[in-house]
Design a protein around this ligand. Sequence first.
Ligand SMILES: Nc1ncnc2c1ncn2[C@@H]1O[C@H](COP(=O)(O)OP(=O)(O)OP(=O)(O)O)[C@@H](O)[C@H]1O
Length: 392
Amino acid sequence: MPKVLLETKGIKQYFPTGKRRNEKKNLKRLSEKAVKIYKNDYPTENPQLKEKDLLNLILEQFKEGKKFSDELNATLTEYEARSNVHGERLYVRANDGIDLAIFEGETVGLVGESGCGKSTLGRTILKLYEPTEGEIFFNGEDITKYSSNKMMPLRREMQIIFQDPYSALNPRMTVGEIIGEALLEHGVFKSRNDDFENYVKEIMKTCGLEDYMIYRYPHEFSGGQRQRIGIARALALKPKFIVCDEAVSALDVSIQSQIINLLKDLQKEFGLAYLFISHDLSVVKHISDRIGVMYLGDMVEFSDKDSLYENPLHPYTKALLSAIPETDLQKSRSKKKIILEGDIPSNVIVPTGCKFHTRCPIAKNICKRDIPEFREVEKGHFVACHFSGAEI
Ligand SMILES: Nc1ncnc2c1ncn2[C@@H]1O[C@H](COP(=O)(O)OP(=O)(O)OP(=O)(O)O)[C@@H](O)[C@H]1O
């Protein structure tokens, strides 16, 4: 049985956005708008009711699933979401209670649309952000409350590779200095002596970089080579765990597969565990053992790779998978495309009930009202949906 290396329990990461102002005005504006549309769409229904009572009636019907016009639906959804915000401040709810376990030597992929909170989770796990709520364990040690000083020895074991190989490397430092910086900081070497240089060259070689590059500057290299430099830097301290945050997204497809193969080789050689963050499900497929799908700060599905691709249970996962292009023409023709309507809602004013209900093709009344539990429906396959697995 593999050992759990990293675990999060109920991680919440809320970023304050400022004071909540004019909320009463907003609600008033929305309720007036809803009543106006309703009166226009159904001029003969309940003309005797006062505005307030009419609004309550409309909201009741909305929750019961009555089909209104798109405009009225959108207005009522926003009204409900805004009524649902408590307290004085508004927050960006980047992570809204995430449980995750990563085993030694495995790769967990994390997918979801831009802004759903993947990077925030990766950074919170590394304690680059303090979590608003929840707990983080590394190697069984509760590191939630560790100060940056106390985190220092653990930093050797937990590293990150960033998306943009162009901006992530200091242009004033040579490749050797970039890769070796952490070695000096952590006292692995006292100075840039011969042993230091040989060690850096060895790491470079492992990452497919040649010796001569050690005295060169990042701008002299291609995107793929720069990403190799970023990987070498992360690897220098021989970590156990690396967060790869969109590590191949900025690269050409052919270079992407080279870097993924390099990451896989390094994993085998050093027994590394990765949290591999990407918005692209076809990239994640090549490297992950297990995959989590995020939507608006929540983990909505989590499972081993095969189960997820062969038997997706959440309508959002199904929609993401249906968007992957098929190379086989036959398969491509028979593949059902699920087009999600509308935009991702704000993660400040979040929808009530299941956050996905505003875009979900199979949403029912309960979805507007009740938050679905994140539950294990098959061994190791978790999903947060009232109608998991239902046909779309
Ligand atoms: N330091 C911060 N302060 C305030 N809000 C933040 C901060 N970092 C992230 N956010 C917000 O949190 C939400 C989640 O962002 P995050 O970068 O984690 O998403 P993501 O899924 O990684 O998206 P992308 O792939 O575009 O980076 C976004 O709405 C973002 O604007």
